[in-house]
Every structure is written in structure tokens, then in C-alpha cells.
Design a binder for this molecule. Structure first.
Ligand SMILES: Nc1ncnc2c1ncn2[C@@H]1O[C@H](COP(=O)(O)OP(=O)(O)OP(=O)(O)O)[C@@H](O)[C@H]1O
Length: 256
């Protein structure tokens, strides 16, 4: 699906990303992990075609991403950014309807098929009950799920989610992680997400790309990448793997 080769990004003379080479296989769930400021969102932005690399190339299904029209990319890739400005006059259902934008001309009425996808998306994200509420009247977690519904309504094969669980309580975190994994299994959607919770990343992803200081340190099977040795080295805090029931949990060694 995605292959990227020797990607570098400079902004205002600062080297943000350096010589990144890797791949994201079709139908996989890939977690981008790494400390704050390491370059995860910047890589996501390049993969969506929102930012152009200073050097290197991204291939989407063997085709150079910068040669694909934005209107075509919008039908293939949906992005949930880390933070969004909140439009003050929109309701949840207005926002989710915007998700259909790549599939219908703006001057046309919402078709029956669009309406079905909008309703399905709101239901999946758990926002149907407050569909007619203004975005400004929602809590942080409710708002996050409204944005997720908009992304789902875009109905793309690739979902890029930048810290989708921030603002969510633990029940809604698990619910979102499960929704995304079900979309992956049921519809073979390719998922790339930035997750700070390394145990969640390990449990819900197939692969991981570990980034530090704008470089890829390692990538591959999530269990090979997210281990105590790699995490201790890159995050510079000592962690250990513990068995809890039938699961391994990564936990800091530092005593509080
Ligand atoms: N437009 C910009 N101009 C200058 N520096 C930038 C710009 N965008 C990002 N950076 C810098 O690039 C580095 C990587 O940022 P990025 O947002 O990709 O990191 P991240 O790994 O997603 O971080 P976090 O986990 O904190 O969200 C940071 O040092 C950031 O300050």
C-alpha cells in the first residue's frame, strides 16, 4: 500500500524528519510511536499528502503520492488530526455530513446513500444521541467522537488517526480502539494511528514504527518493536514487561 523511501522534512531550516524509509502494508494496523516531538504527526502529515517532503518519495499503491490529485486522495485517505478548530455554528450531523464531501458535489442535496453512511458513522462513533447538538456544546470526549464520525463518513480504505483516544475516558478509549479494529478486520481498512499508550498500541496494532528525533529507530511486528529494551532506550525511562493474566504489560520501573 504505502512505501516511503529516504523521506526528509525541513521546516524553516530545522530538520524535522531524516531519511525515513519504510512501508505500511495494505489491511494492516500500524502504530506510530515515539516520544513527544519525535516526528509522528509530521510523518502522518506527509503520508496524507498534506505536507511535501523536502527529500524522498511516498508511493501509494505504486503511484507517487504527489502525482495523485487531492480529490482522489480524499476518497482514499481520511485523517483525524490531533486537534481541530471547533466551528461554532455546526451541529454534529452537519460536521459528519462534511465527511461525505469527497463523494458528492457541494451543490447537490445529500443523497439517500450519503444519509445511510452518515447515520452508520454516527452510530459507530456513538454520537447519534446528540446529532443535533452544536459542537460548541459538547464535552472534549463527545467532540472527539464527533470528529471520528466525520472521518468514518468519508468512507475511505485508509484511516490516519492522530492520538484518537486523547480526551476519551477508559470505556470510550476501548470502544474506539475496538471500532477501529473491527473496521480493519471487517472491511480490510488500513489504519495508521499515533498512540501514546504503548500497551494499547501493542494490543490493538499489527505493526509499529518507533520514531526518535526525526528518525525511524525500528519498525515491524508490534511485539518486536514494543519491547522493554527498545522503549527504555528511546524514551529514556526504565520499563519492564510484566505478565498479567494471559497478557504482557509494559510498566515503568520507577517507583512513585
Ligand atoms: N511548522 C513547524 N515549524 C517548526 N517546527 C515544527 C513544525 N511542525 C512541527 N515542528 C517540530 O517538529 C518536531 C516534530 O513534531 P511532531 O508534531 O511531528 O512530533 P510528535 O512526535 O507528533 O509529537 P507529540 O507526541 O508531542 O504530538 C517537533 O520538535 C516540533 O516542534
Amino acid at each position: 500500500m504505502f512505501k516511503f523511501n529516504n523521506l526528509s522534512l525541513q521546516i524553516g531550516g530545522n530538520e524535522i524528519l531524516r531519511h525515513m524509509t519504510g512501508e505500511i502494508p495494505e489491511g494492516s494496523i500500524t502504530a506510530l510511536i515515539g516520544p513527544n516531538g519525535s516526528g509522528k504527526s509530521s510523518l502522518l502529515s506527509l503520508l496524507c499528502g498534506l505536507t511535501l517532503p523536502t527529500e524522498g518519495e511516498i508511493l501509494l499503491n505504486e503511484k507517487s503520492l504527489n502525482k495523485i490529485k487531492r480529490s482522489i486522495i480524499a476518497k482514499q485517505i481520511a485523517l483525524l488530526p490531533q486537534s481541530n478548530p471547533v466551528p461554532t455554528t455546526l451541529t454534529v450531523s452537519d460536521l459528519v455530513t462534511f465527511g461525505r464531501h469527497p463523494h458528492r458535489p457541494w451543490y447537490k442535496k445529500v443523497a439517500k446513500e450519503d444519509k445511510q453512511v452518515i447515520d452508520w458513522s454516527m452510530n459507530e462513533a456513538g454520537v447519534t444521541a446528540y446529532a443535533e447538538r452544536l459542537l460548541t456544546d459538547l464535552s472534549g470526549g463527545e467532540l472527539q467522537r464527533a470528529w471520528l464520525a466525520m472521518v468514518l463518513a468519508q468512507d475511505t480504505n485508509i484511516l490516519m488517526l492522530d492520538e484518537p483516544t486523547s480526551w476519551l475516558d477508559i470505556a470510550h478509549q476501548v470502544s474506539l480502539l475496538k471500532i477501529v479494529r473491527r473496521l480493519n478486520k471487517q472491511y480490510n481498512k488500513t489504519i495508521v494511528w499515533v498512540l501514546h499508550d504503548l500497551n494499547q498500541a501493542r494490543q490493538f496494532s499489527d505493526r509499529a514504527i518507533l520514531i526518535n528525533n526525526g528518525e525511524i529507530i525500528t519498525q515491524g511486528d508490534v511485539n518486536d518493536v514494543i519491547n522493554a529494551e527498545n522503549i527504555t532506550r528511546v524514551y529514556q525511562t526504565s520499563v519492564k514487561m510484566h505478565s498479567l493474566g494471559n497478557r504482557d504489560i509494559l510498566w515503568p520501573e520507577e517507583q512513585l
